[in-house]
Design a protein around this ligand. Structure first.
Ligand SMILES: Cc1ncc(C[n+]2csc(CCOP(=O)(O)OP(=O)(O)O)c2C)c(N)n1
Length: 574
């Protein structure tokens, strides 16, 4: 069917709610949908049958896979991910992904089918109150029972999902609203909603106050999060830190907004972050936080966090300011606007003595931790040397999508990135099972880039069915399983904090290479150091999807670590 909406050309027609929905997606420049059909969304799938030239639908194997794929798509492309699911179990299978997208500020629009409106509230077959279930894990949700509302609701959905601090939106459409026809009046993109202020008005007095504080600082320290990426402010951010000469550290979500080898980059913050930025958080005199939310994994014990410092917090979401850490100067606004205003007012400064302190402490971390992790001479393979070898082969050009656990921390500690939007991980929710489907979405969102999913032997078994999606949709993702034969991160905690009482962390695996083979995906398993590089090269030069399982040390731990309940400066190297 010809799209009845084209940018400037509106053709009046009688359409069903389902067609109106698909036309709305086209009007929002959507090309890719991740979904799974079912009874309550059948009219939409029926309409989709005629739209295969304009819309690509990726049939996943589980709705959780659809939403994680949409998240990966959004994070790699900077666009909004789109999901279709049916009512009841289809909708509830989205909840984990919605919570993940909510806490990691990922723009996703989910469309769920719903039972006929006359059956609402009757415990009808596959009826679930998805609006109430998803209220706390969506930025906005809405139930449509009248098809005429669909264009305006979809316009609002895309606007809310992608503006200000992005997040997930769910639109639930009853089956009768999908079927009923109405006169299509055209589609108008939403640009304003009363009482919703996604882009705050920047107040110059706060910019002036922040600049004054920064200009008088002896030991300024910049920490940044995903806000820099979401605000598309990478260039503005780089100009800001370079003019000020500030030591600069990233959160796991901010990672890759600045090339990891930037001379002012001093590493990752947080529980398994780098030694120097954690310790020196408690020695800086002005802490400048950009687009980050002071997560407890970053701050450690709050009453021991940066108590000596004056704190400037740049954030688009007023709810974040003063939420965890009292701010000296709040800079509420879009950092793409606020950073240049601040940079203009900066005096060019040289903080090389202060920066040298980071380098001194970093040497200590190199000696005690990094050398052994990246360059072991004997013993079992380490996760670190696998990531180091990936870096050497890809030169920091790949997108790395990680799952959750030790491999995630190791990958984020050691991966090298040259480009923004290269590190995709479940940061806030820590959702095992995220990486495989998210990598599918990332590859579809950035097809020109190499996408490598780094996954533990636990997490891969949570969404392994998505190998079927890779098979059917021919998505050339590279799957790197780091198999330590344990639920490693939990085992590490049991070893360190529960007297080595290994309670249900010993997880067995199938023969992953055979499993992949069953899905017509090639692969191999590596157990020896001497074969690692060649195996990675085979994977990375392979045209199609490829699975590589690497057996790594069973009881290796990830260090440094800020033990729970400790301050950031109490970070332990061993
Ligand atoms: C859905 C879900 N369930 C449980 C957890 C708790 N958890 C965090 S890390 C981890 C172990 C992960 O093991 P594995 O995937 O093998 O990775 P490794 O830590 O060994 O690298 C578990 C169980 C979680 N994060 N997500």
């Amino acid at each position: 069917m010809e799209a009845i909406f084209e940018q400037e050309k509106l053709v009046q027609a009688t359409v069903s709610g389902s067609v109106a929905l698909l036309e709305s997606l086209i009007a929002e420049n959507v090309q890719t949908i991740f979904g799974y059909p079912g009874g309550a969304i059948m009219p939409i799938y029926d309409a989709l049958y005629d739209y295969n030239e304009q819309l690509t639908h990726i049939l996943v194997r589980h709705e959780q896979g659809a939403i994680h794929a949409a998240q990966g798509f959004a994070r790699a492309s900077g666009k909004t991910g789109v999901v279709f699911a049916t009512s009841g179990p289809g909708a509830t299978n989205l909840v984990t992904g919605l919570a993940d997208a909510m806490i990691d500020s990922t723009p996703v629009v989910c469309i769920t089918g719903q039972v006929y409106s006359h059956l609402l509230g009757t415990d009808a077959f596959q009826e679930t109150d998805v609006i109430n279930i998803t209220a706390p894990v969506t930025k906005w949700n809405y139930q449509v029972t009248n098809p005429e509302e669909i264009p305006a609701v979809m316009a609002k959905a895309f606007y809310i999902a992608s503006s200000g601090r992005p997040g997930p939106v769910l639109v639930d459409i009853t089956k009768d609203a999908q079927l009923k026809t109405f006169d299509w009046q055209g589609y108008t993109k939403c640009q304003h909603i009363r009482s919703y202020r996604p882009k705050p008005h920047v107040r110059l007095e706060y910019i002036e106050a922040a600049a004054e504080l920064i200009n008088s600082a002896k030991k300024p320290f910049v920490i940044f999060g995903q806000g820099v990426i979401l605000g598309k402010a990478e260039a503005e951010f780089k100009a800001f830190i370079e003019k000020g000469g500030f030591p600069t550290a990233w959160t796991i979500m901010g990672m890759s907004a600045l090339p990891t080898d930037h001379p002012l980059g001093v590493g990752m913050l947080g529980m398994h972050g780098n030694y120097a930025p954690n310790v020196l958080t408690n020695e800086c005199d002005v802490l400048i936080a950009v687009g980050m939310r002071f997560d407890d994994r970053v701050t450690g014990r709050l009453d021991r966090y940066a108590k000596q410092a004056k704190i400037i917090h740049l954030d688009i979401d007023p709810a974040e300011i003063d939420k965890m850490v009292p701010t000296t100067v709040p800079v509420w606004g879009d950092c793409k606007e606020t950073l240049p205003l601040l940079t203009e007012r900066l005096q060019k400064q040289d903080h090389s003595d202060w920066l040298a302190k980071f380098h001194e402490l970093s040497l200590k971390e190199h000696e005690v931790v990094i050398e052994q992790e990246l360059f072991p001479e004997s013993g079992q393979l380490t996760m670190g040397e696998v990531i180091r070898t990936v870096n050497e082969i890809t030169s920091g050009e790949a997108i790395i999508v990680t799952d959750v656990g030790q491999h995630q921390m190791v990958a984020c500690r050691y991966a090298k990135y040259q480009h923004s939007k290269s590190n995709i991980t479940s940061g806030g929710l820590g959702t095992m099972g995220f990486a495989l489907p998210a990598a599918i979405g990332a590859k579809l969102g950035a097809p020109e880039r190499e996408v490598i999913a780094v996954i533990g032997d636990g997490g891969v078994q949570m969404t392994i069915q998505e190998l079927g999606t890779i098979m059917q949709s021919n998505v050339p993702v590279k799957i790197l399983i780091l198999n330590n034969q344990f639920l490693g991160m939990v085992r590490q905690w049991q070893q360190l904090f529960h007297d080595k009482r290994y309670s249900f962390v010993n997880i067995e695996s199938p023969d992953y290479v055979q499993v992949a083979k069953g899905y017509y995906i090639e692969g191999q398993k590596v157990t020896e150091r001497a074969l690692l590089r060649a195996a990675l090269e085979t994977m990375l030069t392979h045209q199609n999807a490829y699975l590589l399982e690497v057996m790594v040390g069973k009881e290796n731990n990830v260090f440094p670590m800020v033990p729970q309940g400790c301050g950031v400066a109490e970070i332990r190297l061993k």
